[in-house]
Write a protein that binds this ligand. Structure first.
Ligand code: FMN
Length: 238
């Protein structure tokens, strides 16, 4: 039998085979809450060794696209439990991808009171889909204050704890594809002059603080990160 179908070791986990499903946003979480359709979808794919879920936001501010799930409310945690149960019933492991959209967002997609945030007040070039009004131009985000940054780090840490409560085997931090974490790393979206901007050490600071906070929350065996240093999606530079 092909090695592809033999057991694999990933840190402390044993996977039933070497197949891993990439994270894919599906926009099916009406009201930003995981639902039965999603449980069916992930259950159907649980012959894999490991599933990485679609991006799920740690904060109302990170819900920049229509109908993407969150992992910050009680209702969301309960919704995800049905999904992790469906996947574990078929012996697959499942990590949730924590994705904060940052400036890749539109006020029409956000719940009441949420804000479009970014490292700097620089809009991404391009359009974004909204359910209410179709395609719209990307907006200028509010530059995050030091206190906004602290709140966001704690939101990631709490989302990591919520993920374990919801039955996930671990989390993947989405620091790729032009979303909030990568917006801090890249100099076109991060034009800050404080300790979170300028040198690469400074531009990496927020991401590394999120890494530390989530490891502190749930342990290093359960935390992964996705990076895309050569990606240009969502107005990231070449
Ligand atoms: C519909 C769709 C949604 C996606 N959503 C996400 C996502 O939520 N998070 C993420 O990290 N990547 C996302 N991706 C990127 C995929 O994980 C993957 O990197 C991409 O499809 C390239 O795969 P390939 O290298 O097998 O060609 C998405 C891709 C597609 C096609």
């Amino acid at each position: 039998m092909s090695k592809l179908f033999s057991e694999a070791t990933l840190g402390a986990l044993t996977l039933q085979n070497h197949l891993v499903m990439a994270p894919m946003t599906r926009n099916r979480a009406t009201g930003n809450v995981p639902n039965a359709l999603m449980a069916e979808y992930y259950g159907q794919r649980a012959s894999a060794g490991l599933i990485i879920t679609e991006g799920a936001s740690p904060s109302p501010n990170g819900l920049g696209y229509p109908r993407i799930p969150g992992i910050f409310s009680r209702e969301q945690i309960e919704g995800w439990k049905v999904i992790t149960d469906a996947v574990h019933a078929k012996n697959a492991k499942i990590f949730i991808q924590l994705m904060h959209g940052g400036r890749i967002a539109h006020p029409l997609n956000l719940p009441a009171g949420a804000r479009v945030l970014g490292p700097s007040a620089v809009a991404a070039v391009g359009d974004i889909y909204t359910d209410a009004e179709g395609m719209k131009q990307q907006v200028v985000p509010q530059e995050m204050s030091e206190s906004d940054i602290k709140v966001a780090i704690e939101e990631f840490a709490q989302a990591a704890r919520n993920s374990i409560e919801a039955g996930f085997d671990g989390i993947e931090l989405h620091s790729a594809n032009g979303y909030l974490l990568e917006q801090f790393i890249r100099p076109n979206s991060n034009q800050r002059t404080d300790r979170y901007g300028g040198t690469i050490e400074n531009r990496a600071r927020f991401v590394l603080e999120v890494v530390d906070a989530t490891i502190e929350a749930i342990g290093k065996e359960r935390v992964g990160i996705r990076l895309s240093p050569y990606g240009i999606f969502n107005d990231m530079p070449l």
